[in-house]
Design a binder for this molecule. Structure first.
Ligand SMILES: Cc1cc2nc3c(=O)[nH]c(=O)nc-3n(C[C@H](O)[C@H](O)[C@H](O)COP(=O)(O)OP(=O)(O)OC[C@H]3O[C@@H](n4cnc5c(N)ncnc54)[C@H](O)[C@@H]3O)c2cc1C
Length: 397
């Protein structure tokens, strides 16, 4: 094969694209594989800008890909972290209720855990205080011992090093500008590719469209902001989450512990009008703004979501004090003055099902003999990536 021809061409060097490259190597040891990314280093988008939580998999509907791939992905990611000597903090997670009505939802989450084969336990306030003295609940809380945390960028970089060691070619600084069966055109050359794998995150819809696999979806990005606390390490022992609104794919403002023991609030899910506008006006493009603003008339009239409610609750979270006040409902001792350090924001690659005016809740995998597309690789796809790759690559074995 020439330098510009590969059996597999993966678009996107985030955790999902790299896990796919890793799995293809296992099922086809002699395949030639290239991973293209427009950035000069890996993990520059969601995979390096998330909470690093290894989710357990109890939130999701039992018939969903998310349920299966998160449960299995949690184990596979643990194996990878152990093999690469990457630290993991086995902090677990508590989900706390703020009203009696939410206790019923906690019980439903517990039932989902059982259906999904994921260990959870309903605990009383005394046990909650033993596990996390700072958290408050009404009546009961849900304990998830298999939720953990690691450094997401460190894991992504280590995976890139592994696939490179094993023969995959990383083509960084190669923006894919057009693509079709057998061919990937980049800002740095044209490549012939036997099978195209699309793991382009916030741009996965654009890569899928020429293959006819994403006409029913549009990208609707949501921004996740974080604030770090100045507390001494290990002051917060567990991740503390609220009961999520089941109509939305987001989990609500929560507190996580980083792998080195710092407390952090976030992420938000603030609607934004550009896919990579992390800071100020940087990353804003008129084409994207027009595209995304054009979706709002559809989204706002959705019967599936309380969109005005979502906007009303999310927009004020741009204000640090407001966000911190929300977190106080979970951990009352939090003070706004203690959480003044901004974290690196991340943007969720959320798809809107255009016809049904519905935010897609599950991962979506589509493809044929020419291409495979990882669509709606939203949270918890960092946890699920290795299981996703195993699921998808069974067709290449
Ligand atoms: C705020 C936030 C918090 C989250 N927290 C968690 C969590 O705690 N646990 C968890 O499991 N999940 C979490 N997630 C979800 C998780 O981060 C993502 O699901 C996961 O990282 C998706 O990986 P990816 O490889 O699909 O996408 P990405 O990491 O975004 O990678 C896509 C890559 O494609 C490249 N690309 C795009 N277009 C092109 C093009 N045209 N040409 C070449 N390259 C291109 C990009 O540069 C990028 O590197 C969170 C997400 C966000 C935003």
């Amino acid at each position: 094969m020439s330098d510009n021809a590969f059996d597999f061409g993966v678009v996107g060097a985030g955790i999902v694209g790299l896990a796919l490259a890793d799995r293809i190597r296992q099922v086809q040891p002699t395949a030639t594989i290239a991973v293209f990314d427009k950035e000069s280093s890996v993990g520059q988008h969601a995979s390096g800008r998330n909470s690093g939580v290894l989710h357990a998999g109890f939130y999701y509907s039992p018939d969903s890909l998310k349920a299966q791939l998160t449960r299995d992905g949690n184990n596979l990611l643990r194996d990878f972290l152990a093999a690469e000597n990457i630290p993991i903090r086995e902090c677990g997670k508590v989900v706390v209720a703020q009203t009696e009505a939410e206790v019923t939802q906690l019980q439903e989450l517990h039932r989902r855990g059982i259906a999904n084969g994921v260990t959870t336990e309903l605990i009383d306030e005394t046990k909650l205080t033993e596990l996390e003295p700072l958290a408050k609940t009404v009546n009961l809380a849900l304990w998830s011992p298999n939720t953990a945390v690691a450094n997401p960028l460190q894991a992504t970089v280590a995976l890139a090093e592994k696939v490179k060691r094993e023969g995959t070619v990383l083509k960084l600084g190669h923006e894919v500008t057009s693509v079709g069966p057998g061919k990937v055109v980049t800002s740095n050359g044209v490549f012939s590719v036997g099978h195209v794998i699309n793991a382009a995150g916030l741009y996965a819809d654009r890569i899928a469209k020429p293959f006819g696999f994403c006409d029913d979806y549009a990208m609707l990005p949501f921004k996740g902001l974080y604030w770090y606390g100045n507390w001494a390490p290990n002051t917060l022992l567990r991740h503390v989450y609220p009961v999520p609104d089941p109509r939305n794919p987001f989990l609500g403002v929560h507190l996580t512990v980083t792998v080195d023991g710092r407390a952090k609030i976030g992420p938000t899910a603030i609607p934004i009008f550009s896919r990579e506008s992390y800071q100020g006006f940087a990353g804003l493009t008129p084409r994207e703004i027009l595209e995304i603003v054009g979706l709002y008339p559809k989204f706002l009239t959705s019967k599936n979501h309380d969109v005005f409610g979502l906007i009303k609750t999310e927009l004020p979270k741009y204000l640090q004090r407001h966000l911190v006040n929300q977190a106080q409902a979970l951990v009352p001792s939090i003070r706004p003055a203690d959480f003044k350090e901004r974290g690196k924001p991340g943007i969720r690659a959320q798809l809107l099902d255009i016809k049904n005016k519905k935010l897609e809740m599950d991962f979506v995998v589509r493809g044929d003999e020419h291409s495979t597309h990882m669509l709606n690789a939203v949270s918890p796809a960092w946890t699920s990536a290795f299981a996703m790759a195993k699921h998808v690559c069974s067709k290449f074995a």
